[in-house]
Every structure is written in structure tokens, then in C-alpha cells.
Design a protein. Structure first.
Length: 579
């Protein structure tokens, strides 16, 4: 091989769920002439790139985060000089691909360093840290090293890997103590996934608080809460485009989901194409008899016709409103609609904004909507705003043999509400710049995270109040939450924990502002975007509002090249471009 990839090293440090990952790759051009050397990394969709550096024969080329429009102007100016575009960025299910190439002189070397950060989200009772490596060339030295620091205690750590190795003893080391874990993996092959799942101990009903350098983060997921009964209307697209494998996967998933309902739950099925068909005109209690009958009906789903999303959703909302008014549903229960569709509305009301307004007006903010977009043709941005208007979220279901499993996995995330209308409160005189501290639901296996800035940094305790609705009574708790002393928990730790709480706050704030950036008046959207941009720039996060510009080495003609790295936005097809 003329290009020798000497090493790839992945160093990840997780500090109270906030993951900081550094990927370093070193390559050597062994040829007698210049060669193109590639660096390609897959990073989680939820991560923000914070830096990218190329070191070529001792000369360092650092990335600089700029406002997207300014970066685009530099890009356009470079294009006008006749330089040509290079590689692009592609998106997958959980990961997105960062790719760059650079021409290296004979017998020269290059080091690529990519840094990204993300807040790990708790789903179904665990956090997931995923590393995927698929280099284009063989690698001499490959290593993944992960440090996990969780002051409230680690309950378990599991490691999964898809790397193929012929070693009798896989080169995996794992050491777990009460509050930290070390995992090292050095496989002989360099093509696969390395997954770490873990969770923390939960003994405090008010949750845990970490305070470092004037910023706090509060993790709230109290143990052993009873579930809240739910009233769920499944709105199922059976239009012509769902024919074949999609409708069969939908049948399989719904059959499994229905069996997971609890007897105190209520449910309904609404099937739609050009017309709207209800299994029953009201919600049914999830008895075994009703579930069995519904399952038979689901197995008979057939396809044909156009896509009337508006009337189908309004039918589901109307059913829940009517049943609630007639007091046929438990007072302390959660109302939700789950929409499964693979297409855009092309029958009845087809204007996206009008459909969103119709559903929001009809629901009155009293129910949650979850939209599952099947495949690549669905307008995910439309579904996302629809859900954000109605206290829910959208998820893309990727076509493939495991689509039914994707549907079931998503349902498990939202199938067991534990608390409704959760308010987390802190002394107004003590905190500033809070992230979102009101959540419509807390689901089993998830976690609420609130961060903010302290007005008084010298605090060894933290006052918290939590108000919510439970299945039988209100959840009302208040008290002082003990704050971990990092110097006591990790007395011999040389690692500088630094400003992780501040960066976690910035990351969470940006994510939440971006979620709101397409909702509200134009003035409100502009204000939200401006604040998200300001924080992205201050903390050097590559977000949908910023780009990272790297000036590449001079070409033989003496001109500088530019690398322009953008953050993908689900459903909007953003790219990363290189010059």
C-alpha cells in the first residue's frame, strides 16, 4: 500500500453522561509522489463537532467555527476562483459520516484529529455509547479507550462489539468500580461497531445534582414509580405506498405492541388512506378479549388509495376529547396519538401548516402526539413540527428487515408514562439561564436533565422542588439535594473535569432552542435562532446554524483550499462540502 494508516485511536471521556470524544488518525504517504489520503469518521447524529485539526509535516491547520452564512461566503469566494468541490457528508440511522481528503507530498505524513461532544440520552433504562470505525485502508495500531465517571454510582456496564477477530483472547479490558469505569479495546480488524451500555444507581427520589465551575446539572429519574394508565389512538397509514413489506411490518409491530398494553389502558385503531376507517367508534379497554380482536383486525390491514393525514388525525383527537368529556377515561391517565405514515398528505387538507394548526387547535395542548415516519420519502420536518406542537416527538423508521423492531423499540420508549406535567423548580435567587424545566411526561427508563448557571458558586447543597401528576396522587417533593464533591469521589484522579457542566448546559440549551426554532411567529423564531447561534459560536459547536472552516495546505499552484463542515439536520438534506 502506498498510503499506510499507522494508527487510529479513539479516546472517549464520559463525565456525568456528557461524552467528549477525540478521534486521532495518523497516515504516511510511502510513495515517491503525492497521494490522496482519506479520513472518514462516523459520529452520532446527536453529537456536535467542536474541533477538527490537520497536522501535516509539523504544520497545524485548525478549524474555526463561524456563522453559517459567513462561512458560506468564504466557500463561494473559493469556488469563484475555480477550485472544485470534494467529498460530502452522508447520514445513516444513528450516525453521520464526516469525510475529508488531503493530498500529501511523497514520504510525508498527516495527523487528523476530530473532537465531538454529546449528552447521552437514557432510553429503556440505559445509556449507549456507540463507536463505529470503517477505515478505507488497513491500520497498524487501532485502539478504543473509554473512561466513564459517574459520581452517583454505576449500576452496570455492558460491552458489545461486531469486530471480527481471530485472537483466542479478544483484546478487551474492562474495569468497573463504584463510580468509574475503564474500557479498552484493541481489535486486529478495524471494521465494526463498539457499543457500551451502562446505567447509574438511583437512590435519591429527587435525583442527583452535579456542580462544577458555577454551572449545575440536575438528573431526575426517581426509582420505583407506579405507571400512569394511557389512552392511545394508533393512526395507521394504509395508502397505496404502504403496500408490500411496509404494511406487513406494520402488522407485525402492531400485533406485538397491542399485546404489551396493560389492562387499565385504553386504545383505538384508526386506519386511513383516502378514507378514514375506525376499528371501533370509541376507545376500548385493553382487556385480553379486546386486544385479541384488535390483533385479528390488524392482520387484515390492506392497502390502496391516497393519504388523508389531516382527517385521520382529527378523528383521533376528536375521539380522545369526546371520551374525556364523557368521563369514560381515568382522570389520571395520559392521552396520546401515535401516527405511522410513509408519505405526504395528498388527499383532503394538504397544506402542512394548516394541518399542524388544525391538530394543535383541536387537541388544545391536552394530549401528546408521536409520529413515526416510514422511509426516506416521508416529510420528516412536517411530522417533527406536528409533534412539537403537541408535546411529543417524531422518529424516522428506516426501511429494512428490522423496521418492525424499530417500531416496537420506539413504542417501548413511550409506552409507560410515570409522571405527567413535571415541573422542576429551583430558588430564583440562586439560578440563571435554566434549560427547559417543564416536561409533559417522564417515561419509564428515561431521564429528565435540567442545567443552569449558579449566581452563587459556593454551594454544598442544592434546593430542588418537583411537582407532577402521578397515577393516584400528585407527586410533590422538595428538599436539599446533596452535591457530589468531585475531589472526594475521585481523590487520586489526575484528569481535569474542567467545564463539563458548562458545556453540557450549552449543548442542552442549543438542542432545545433548535427544537423550537421552527415554531412560533417569525420574530420568535428569529430570536430563538439568534440565541442558539450565539451559544454555538461561543462554545465552538458545529450546529445547523454554524459551519467549521479549515484552511487546507496550499496547492502546487499556491492557492489555499477550504474545508466547510456543516451539521446535518434530519429531513433537510444538509451536506458537508470540501474545497
Amino acid at each position: 500500500m502506498m498510503v499506510e494508516v499507522q494508527s487510529i485511536k479513539v479516546l472517549c471521556t464520559v463525565t456525568s453522561r456528557f461524552a467528549h470524544t477525540v478521534m486521532t488518525s495518523k497516515a504516511l504517504n510511502k510513495a515517491k509522489s503525492s497521494q490522496e489520503i482519506f479520513f472518514e469518521v462516523e459520529l452520532p447524529k446527536t453529537a456536535f463537532i467542536t474541533n477538527f485539526t490537520m497536522e501535516i509535516d509539523g504544520q497545524v491547520h485548525n478549524g474555526e467555527v463561524k456563522e453559517k452564512e459567513n462561512a458560506k461566503q468564504e466557500y463561494d469566494q473559493a469556488v469563484s476562483t475555480g477550485q472544485t468541490a470534494g467529498l460530502v457528508k452522508a447520514s445513516g440511522r444513528k450516525m453521520e459520516t464526516f469525510s475529508v481528503s488531503v493530498s500529501i507530498a511523497a514520504k510525508s505524513s498527516v495527523t487528523f484529529i476530530l473532537i465531538y461532544e454529546e449528552l447521552l440520552q437514557r432510553k429503556q433504562g440505559q445509556y449507549e455509547l456507540l463507536t463505529r470505525v470503517k477505515p478505507k485502508q488497513p491500520v497498524q495500531d487501532f485502539q478504543i479507550v473509554t473512561y466513564i465517571y459517574e459520581p452517583q454510582g454505576i449500576s452496570f456496564v455492558e460491552v458489545k462489539k461486531t469486530f471480527q477477530t481471530n485472537d483466542l483472547l479478544p483484546k478487551l479490558k474492562k474495569t468497573v468500580s463504584d463510580t468509574k469505569a475503564f474500557i479498552s479495546f484493541s481489535p486486529t480488524s478495524v471494521d465494526g461497531e463498539f457499543i457500551i451500555n451502562y446505567d447509574v444507581k438511583r437512590t435519591e427520589i429527587l435525583g442527583e445534582v452535579q456542580i462544577v465551575n458555577g454551572y449545575f446539572v440536575h438528573f431526575f429519574a426517581p426509582p420505583d414509580l407506579p405507571r400512569v394508565p394511557k389512552n392511545v389512538v394508533f393512526v395507521i397509514d394504509r395508502s397505496g405506498s404502504m403496500a408490500g413489506e411496509k404494511i406487513q411490518q406494520t402488522r407485525d409491530a402492531l400485533a406485538s405492541i397491542l399485546k404489551d398494553l396493560y389492562e387499565e389502558d385504553h386504545f383505538a385503531l384508526i386506519m386511513f388512506d383516502s378514507n378514514i376507517v375506525t376499528w371501533k367508534n370509541s376507545l376500548s379497554k385493553a382487556t385480553k378479549e379486546n386486544v385479541d380482536k384488535a390483533t385479528v383486525s390488524v392482520q387484515q390491514l390492506s392497502t390502496g388509495g391516497a393519504t388523508n393525514i389531516n382527517d385521520a388525525l382529527l378523528g383521533g383527537v376528536s375521539m380522545l376529547v369526546r371520551e374525556r368529556q364523557d368521563q369514560k377515561l381515568l382522570e389520571r391517565s395520559a392521552d396520546m396519538i401515535i401516527l405511522l405514515t410513509d408519505g405526504m398528505p395528498n388527499q383532503g387538507e394538504t397544506d402542512f401548516a394548516k394541518i399542524q394548526e388544525n391538530v394543535r387547535s383541536a387537541s388544545g395542548g391536552k394530549m401528546s402526539m408521536f409520529c413515526l415516519g416510514f422511509g426516506n420519502d416521508v416529510d420528516y420536518a412536517f411530522l417533527n413540527v406536528l409533534c412539537r406542537h403537541n408535546k411529543g416527538l417524531a422518529r424516522r423508521i428506516f426501511e429494512g428487515s428490522d423496521a418492525a423492531s424499530q417500531l416496537k423499540d420506539f413504542y417501548k420508549e413511550v409506552s409507560i408514562p410515570l409522571l405527567l406535567e413535571v415541573d422542576l423548580r429551583y430558588p430564583q435567587s440562586a439560578v440563571d439561564f435554566l434549560t427547559n424545566n417543564h416536561y409533559s411526561q417522564l417515561f419509564n427508563g428515561s431521564e429528565i436533565v435540567v442545567a443552569g448557571q449558579l449566581r452563587n458558586n459556593d454551594r454544598d447543597y442544592f434546593l430542588v422542588e418537583v411537582f407532577a401528576y402521578g397515577p393516584d396522587k400528585d407527586f410533590r417533593m422538595h428538599g436539599e439535594v446533596t452535591v457530589a464533591d468531585w475531589g472526594v469521589v475521585y481523590p487520586k484522579q489526575k484528569f481535569n473535569f474542567g467545564d463539563f457542566t458548562e458545556r453540557l448546559w450549552a449543548y442542552l440549551t442549543i438542542q432545545q432552542l433548535l427544537e423550537k426554532s421552527d415554531i412560533g411567529t417569525q420574530q420568535e423564531r428569529d430570536s430563538i435562532s439568534a440565541r442558539a447561534l450565539n451559544i454555538s459560536m461561543r462554545y465552538s459547536f458545529v450546529t445547523p446554524l454554524t459551519s467549521m472552516v479549515v484552511t487546507k495546505p496550499e496547492t502546487e499552484e499556491g492557492a489555499h483550499n477550504f474545508l466547510l463542515a456543516d451539521k446535518l439536520t434530519e429531513g433537510k438534506g444538509n451536506m458537508i462540502s470540501f474545497l
